[in-house]
Design a binder for this molecule. Sequence first.
Ligand SMILES: C[S@@+](CC[C@H](N)C(=O)[O-])C[C@H]1O[C@@H](n2cnc3c(N)ncnc32)[C@H](O)[C@@H]1O
Length: 339
Amino acid sequence: MNSHPVLCEVIAHRIATSSQKRITFAEYMDMVLYHPEVGYYSTKAVNLGKKGDFFTSVHLGADFGELLAVQFFQMWEILEQPVPFSLVEMGAGQGLLALDLLKYIQQKYPGFLNALDYVIVEKSPVLRQEQQQRLQEFSVRWSNLEEIPSQSITGCFFSNELVDALPVHQFVLKQDQLQEIYVTTRGDEEDEEVGEVEGVGEDGEDGEVFSPPTPLTPPTPLVSFVEVADTPSTPKLVEYFDLVGVNISDYPEGYRSEVNLAALDWLSVVTDRLRRGYVLTIDYGYRASRYYNPSDRKVRYSVTTIINAIMTRILILGDKTSQLILILLLWNDGVSDAD
Ligand SMILES: C[S@@+](CC[C@H](N)C(=O)[O-])C[C@H]1O[C@@H](n2cnc3c(N)ncnc32)[C@H](O)[C@@H]1O
């Protein structure tokens, strides 16, 4: 981020104007990725693909989309061929998956194409523009999730690598208490203090400077950020562990990880919009027991995350006519769940 002074300044301004002179890590991540003017996904800097910043299954060829097309056709048949059948793709990137899907459906299932209402929900204005250009030959509409009326969708909500791109809250265990990680600013002269534990100072907060292995940003002449740990911004952070059935009270001092509260919010909105049909989301992840492994002290500084198995509780959010298919592509890092 050192090379993005405007983004740094925007974040610093947000911190300076916030009531406690700090923002949650989730807000920080949201700004870095999605600030409407200077966030990664909002500028021309966004560079997806094999030679870009990262690539996904959709960049490896059309097979992925074609297999999904067969799956969606099957869903349409199971639901007794409703017209329209809405396919709501969330976080469609460059529109490549939509193109692969629609081309294959056009070729193999023309009846299904006629019934199809293809909707894209995309947060990035730059990517939305690219999608519109790429998908000109097909009937596709763009919408915000909030604009889709409750209980209005018969069909399928689907996404590939959306959930791991949602901003996460980070926490650390200190003296048996879960504390949230916040981001605040430091002047250059105080950069060396990163790593020490001390009071936040003149803002009167009793948070502590948390000691990350590396600072969030290297020192710059303009602004630098450090992390502080303090009481959670929301009780949902603690409640989350009941939801996923993980007891972190015995975890070691300094255990640090993250919680994807935005995924829960997203899921409840999606299930509210769905009248009849499916939610299919594809991502990387671990089961909660593995994800929150107490012996794993790794701190993740990536701006995208892996997700955990929040979906085990999805059925309490859905109604009886909805179904959920979750495909988690588990990372094979040589560590089994039992480890
Ligand atoms: C990691 S990219 C994946 C793109 C594409 N699905 C793929 O597989 O290549 C995440 C995508 O989700 C979008 N996104 C992130 N948060 C979103 C949200 N809340 N609503 C809609 N789109 C979102 C991003 O702009 C981006 O297009």
